[in-house]
Design a protein. Structure first.
Length: 350
């Protein structure tokens, strides 16, 4: 968004689509230059490892990280310099990241990009091209600079546990919005995502992935630790960490957007309410509207080589019923229930 200083010089106000201001190069911005592997080689080589769906996972500070994101996470911990007006979106993979990116971007940037405008960035760009993903980008010095050069307020996202974030972030320097989803549906979503990039002839099954998940071995898992880390932070600092639930957002997206805007310090004005701005945001970011856009149903991300359309599969709650036996669901619910015991957070009763 271009504004004018009192002297008349134009300057940018964020959030602006990352793609438009230096994250450029289309999907290729994801891997701009080789990662600084040498710098972290000793730390990385000491990390315990496993493999899930053919992807190497490394254990770091209590979390399982996709090997491809490890150098980025280490760089975020050492180099990310938060600004007071930064907003960090956080989630487990496959739990509502894309939707939250769309909603937060269109809410924060609505003065520059009215949600009903025919040239809204989300009509031509994938939400991931608008909001930079730190864990991957920070593995590249060039991409790190692009994030640093973004105009304030910046909007970014991470899959890291809250406990892995740099102390400057967790000390409340910036606001964090976390979206959590029934872990069973997250697993089903991950399965379809994995299938879209699995090598032909792979014998890996949903049951194999389920076993890994029961042992906490999923990207950014254990699932319960990732969720709990943000749940506790939101309870301790409700003004700094907002905890959203995907299922509640589906039930009442209008309420979710109003709540989000208020938390981010940009509540809808009476005039905006009268004009239906929040409803326009809900519509712009709805699964139905986003799924049919060329930016979302054609093309492939360089990162992990997955197709854009894999991010828009069904967008519903409860799809696990068609993929897990009642026994699997009971077992997984039981594990999660035990891990969350005493936290005040619950999913389905086991
Ligand atoms: P990511 O972590 O790789 O970015 P993420 O966006 O968190 O993925 O998860 C994708 C899920 O969000 C998909 O769920 P499904 O497989 O169960 O269908 C996808 O359909 C859902 N999703 C994406 N956009 C929306 C949206 N606008 N509204 C509701 N759900 C959405």
């Amino acid at each position: 968004m271009a504004m004018a200083t009192p002297q008349g010089t134009p300057y940018l106000v964020g959030p602006v689509p990352f793609e438009d201001v230096g994250g450029g190069g289309g999907e290729d911005h994801i891997v701009a230059v080789p990662p600084p592997e040498d710098e972290y080689a000793d730390i990385v080589s000491a990390m315990p490892s496993t493999t899930m769906i053919g992807f190497p996972l490394l254990r770091y500070q209590g979390s399982w990280l996709l090997k491809t994101w490890v150098t980025g996470v280490l760089s975020v911990q050492r180099r990310f310099a938060p600004r007071p007006d930064d907003v960090l979106l956080a989630s487990l993979p496959k739990c509502g990241t894309t939707w939250l990116k769309s909603l937060a971007f269109s809410t924060m940037a609505r003065a520059a990009y009215p949600p009903s405008a025919a040239d809204h960035p989300l009509l031509r760009l994938n939400p991931h091209q608008c909001v930079p993903f730190l864990d991957d980008l920070f593995s590249s010095g060039e991409a790190t600079k692009a994030v640093e050069a973004l105009p304030s307020p910046r909007l970014m996202n991470t899959h890291m546990h809250h406990s892995l974030l740099p102390p400057s972030v967790t000390a409340g320097k910036c606001k964090i919005v976390y979206v959590c989803r029934d872990p069973k549906d997250g697993l089903v979503s991950m399965w379809y995502f994995a299938k879209s990039i699995m090598p032909a002839g792979s014998t890996y099954t949903f049951s194999d992935m389920f076993e890994h998940a029961c042992h906490g071995e999923t990207p950014n898992g254990p699932i319960w630790d990732n969720i709990l880390s943000y749940w506790r932070a939101s309870r301790a600092h409700p003004d700094k960490v907002l905890f959203l639930r995907y299922e509640e957002m589906l039930l009442d997206p209008g309420h979710a957007v109003t709540n989000l805007a208020r938390f981010l310090g940009v509540p809808f004005t009476a005039a905006e309410e009268a004009e239906g701005t929040s409803a326009d945001i809900v519509e712009l970011c709805s699964f139905k509207a986003m799924k049919v856009l060329p930016a979302n149903n054609t093309g492939t991300f360089t990162m992990l080589g997955f197709p854009h359309r894999s991010l828009f599969r069904k967008g519903v709650a409860g799809d696990w019923v068609d993929h897990m036996t009642p026994e699997m669901a009971r077992r997984f619910d039981g594990i999660v229930h035990e891990k969350l015991r005493g936290s005040g957070l619950t999913f389905a009763a086991p």
